[in-house]
Design a protein around this ligand. Sequence first.
Ligand SMILES: NC(=O)c1ccc[n+]([C@@H]2O[C@H](COP(=O)([O-])OP(=O)(O)OC[C@H]3O[C@@H](n4cnc5c(N)ncnc54)[C@H](OP(=O)(O)O)[C@@H]3O)[C@@H](O)[C@H]2O)c1
Length: 280
Amino acid sequence: MTRSIPTVRLNDGMNVPTIGLGTYQLKGNAGVQAITNAINIGYRLLDSAYNYENEGTIGEAVRRSHIPREELMITSKLPGRYHDYDSAVPAIQESLYRANLDYYDFYLIHWPNPIQDKYIGAWQALIDAKKWGLIRSIGVCNFLPEHISRLKDETGVQPSMNQIELHPFFNQEEQRKWHQNNYIQTQSWSPLGRANAVLLNEGIQKVAYKHNKTIAQIIIRWHYQLNVISIPKSASPRRQLENISIFDFTLDENDMHIIHALTRPDGRNKNQDPAVYEEF
Ligand SMILES: NC(=O)c1ccc[n+]([C@@H]2O[C@H](COP(=O)([O-])OP(=O)(O)OC[C@H]3O[C@@H](n4cnc5c(N)ncnc54)[C@H](OP(=O)(O)O)[C@@H]3O)[C@@H](O)[C@H]2O)c1
């Protein structure tokens, strides 16, 4: 059975599915099988990264699926160690060689690394790679408003999206509003909190019971109603289908409030605050 996933329009005109497949830790033959299954049941957005070391797995799944390349949207991300313009350009090319693809639909700077402070060079490389046809849409991950403002001020180019940690324990209300005011699409990573205690939460369980859905489906529907794109990762065909079967019900204000109330200032999964945390 193939499910159809609604899309949203970005500031650069791209239409993107509102749910994609996270692929962190999906690798090798098992990874190819999991990703191919996801494509065959309706996933059209696949989220990878240079540092996941699975761009080859993604490319292989794309070739083994029966869906034409142009109907799929594939994301990869530039690691912190390649932020210098002169290392970012070959890293993007290497990323494509690994996947054996001609272009990525999205290429994102993986972390701002503000102490290293080289993300402007990285952004310039993404701008140029887009001009050369290697990338269709450019964005960032984990950027705080001050980092995004610098991109705009120093290059004149605004990202199409910012992929940030977002789940019921850390709902990013302020940053979401800032994105909305600046026409930047929010995308949620670890939308299910990487299967932490949120999947056992009693409040969400009650909402799930009311709608005859699972807790994971309630959380993914909550992301959708917040107008954010979520990219839940699942290796399991059953859970992959569950995670995109959320378009036949609506959470009411009270349901949304129950989930919102779970947010905490220290709700990040691994305390990765982009103001100080750096990843290479
Ligand atoms: N930009 C960044 O800095 C950044 C950081 C982290 C992650 N990401 C991206 O975001 C994606 C998603 O985040 P994530 O992988 O950290 O966490 P996640 O998607 O929130 O959670 C994945 C976990 O939830 C389980 N799961 C999935 N669907 C489920 C369901 N319906 N019921 C119960 N359990 C379910 C999965 O197990 P099974 O596989 O066994 O189903 C897996 O253990 C990543 O894969 C990656 O692509 C980006």
